[in-house]
Design a protein around this ligand. Structure first.
Ligand code: SF4
Length: 488
């Protein structure tokens, strides 16, 4: 008899292949992101304090003793049971984050999630839990998803009641017959041979990006129909013609996301549109300030005047060029005081060195402009100065996104991680100690929460400085490229 956990169930609903791989192809397993796992654990424990006085089931959900501990706590009438675990006689089992005693013979399931709203797969998860608990003779009255409350703004000590939001999802759950039918389907899949792989842009990215993509998608070309076309349309084209762009009818190219990309790829030709480049450079006003932020997104707000998952800027790099062809000056702010709010120091330094005139050049304006608007709102004393910086912003992404310049090796993307190697191949992120914004964020958050050794912190600071500096230097070089094409 196969044991089926709630994560097996959710995986089976998403994709039978994924569940089959989980059971039989341990060699394909990808490690979960430890930072995400740690965050889930921390939020789970914090959530328990919103429902205090409960009994914790200490055994692991797959151990029989967990069920015995849970049954004992239910019999004892515990007000709350944390990690309440039950298993059916047919092998389905689950641990509910919190089981709440309604003191009328019924219980509520409260599932804690580290998101700011319930997602579809949370409903599937809760449906399975209700099914298991009901099959085990526990009367479940309501099911809730407890998420972080995106409206909560911290001032002083954490307000645990306000930090979380309780969502009643009882009416949205799959009915028990549907769950039972799904369990039977999953059991049949697990009892059978490996399934033929059927990849799909929508399915493989549904709920979250599937961890088996490296295996299932290994024969998909680096640039394929999945890159050139949007979700469901990409799936239709793939089903009819395969992933290779050379195999699709020419008429289909009319529906590509960025006209001209497929033709550039098939002909191995650069796209150059001088009008777009000229429109962009005409907007530049000297001196130029090339600006890039790095940020953390603490799930639980760490500072006054911040919300769950708010982007908190902790670093900027600024390259300044005062006249065309002039020497570059470099400035930086990197917060070094763990546990304190980086924003006031960063704002002050930024305002000091960005002057009153000249364009502030960023790559993907929505990010830097959005952070400035938030900081203006959270620190009104700097609102005018931050708004003035926003008013001076120009977005270097635009001439690349609008295909003023495009190279086939960008594979449909205008992100700086694609445009830089395409146009400035001697500059690379590959040899840096930090390779992308996610790594920067995770490492700095570890520093801020006291999870680094002094040696780790020293190395991280040096790596962050190099990484963020490279982002602004990349903008300098990409603008040189744009101007170089115009001067040809
Ligand atoms: S990559 Fe796609 S097809 Fe493969 S297991 Fe994941 S969801 Fe299923």
């Amino acid at each position: 008899m196969f044991k089926i956990s709630k994560s097996d169930y959710v995986l089976g609903v998403k994709c039978p292949n994924a569940l089959w791989f989980k059971k039989y192809r341990k060699d394909l397993q990808v490690d979960m992101n430890q930072a995400i796992l740690d965050r889930g654990m921390e939020i789970g424990i914090l959530a328990q304090s919103r429902f205090p006085g409960g009994t914790t089931i200490t055994a692991k959900p797959w151990e029989a003793v967990a069920v015995q501990q849970t049954q004992s706590a239910i019999r004892a009438g515990a007000p709350y049971i944390y990690e309440a675990t039950l298993a059916t006689d047919t092998g389905e089992y689950c641990a509910a984050d919190i089981l709440r005693n309604n003191n009328d013979g019924t219980w509520d399931i409260i599932e804690v999630k580290s998101t700011t709203r319930p997602h579809d797969y949370h409903i599937i998860d809760a449906s399975f839990q209700r099914y298991v608990f009901t099959r085990c003779g526990v009367k479940i009255k309501n099911c809730f998803i407890l998420t972080l409350n995106p409206e909560y703004v911290r001032y002083g000590a954490l307000d645990i009641d306000e930090l979380f939001a309780l969502h009643d999802v009882t009416e949205e759950l799959q009915d028990p017959d549907s769950v039972q039918a799904e369990v039977a389907r999953i059991r049949a899949i697990l009892a059978g041979p490996e399934l033929g792989i059927a990849i799909s842009k929508t399915k493989c990215n549904k709920f979250y990006e599937c961890g088996y993509k490296a295996h299932c998608w290994h024969s998909v070309p680096k640039y394929s129909v999945f890159d050139a076309f949007r979700g469901a349309l990409a799936d239709e084209i793939y089903a009819a013609y395969g992933a290779n762009l050379a195999d699709i009818p020419a008429a289909m190219r009319d529906q590509q996301m960025h006209p001209g990309d497929i033709e550039a790829f098939l002909d191995n030709m650069d796209v150059i549109n001088p009008d777009i480049l000229r429109d962009f450079t005409a907007r530049l006003k000297w001196p130029l300030y090339f600006l890039d932020y790095e940020s953390i997104m603490p799930a639980v707000p760490m500072f006054d005047n911040s919300r769950p998952y708010q982007q908190i800027c902790f670093q900027f790099s600024l390259h300044v060029q005062r006249e065309p062809g002039g020497a570059l000056e470099h400035y930086e702010y990197l917060h070094a005081d763990a546990g304190t709010d980086p924003r006031p120091g960063l704002i002050k330094r930024l305002i000091e060195i960005t002057g009153d005139t000249g364009s502030v050049v960023v790559y993907n304006q929505g990010f830097e402009q959005g952070r400035n608007s938030e900081m203006a709102s959270d620190f009104p004393e700097y609102a005018d100065a931050l708004q003035a910086i926003n008013n001076r912003m120009v977005d270097l992404l635009m001439p690349f996104r609008n295909r003023g310049l495009y190279r086939p090796c960008q594979c449909g993307s205008a992100s700086i991680k694609q445009t830089l190697p395409a146009f400035v191949p001697e500059m690379s992120y590959a040899n840096l100690g930090i390779h992308n914004g996610t790594e920067a964020s995770e490492q700095f958050l570890a520093f801020m929460t006291g999870k680094q050794t002094p040696a780790q912190t020293a190395a991280m600071m040096a790596n962050l400085s190099e990484y963020c500096g490279q982002d602004t230097m990349a903008m300098v070089r990409l603008l040189d490229v744009v101007q170089g094409f115009l001067n040809k």
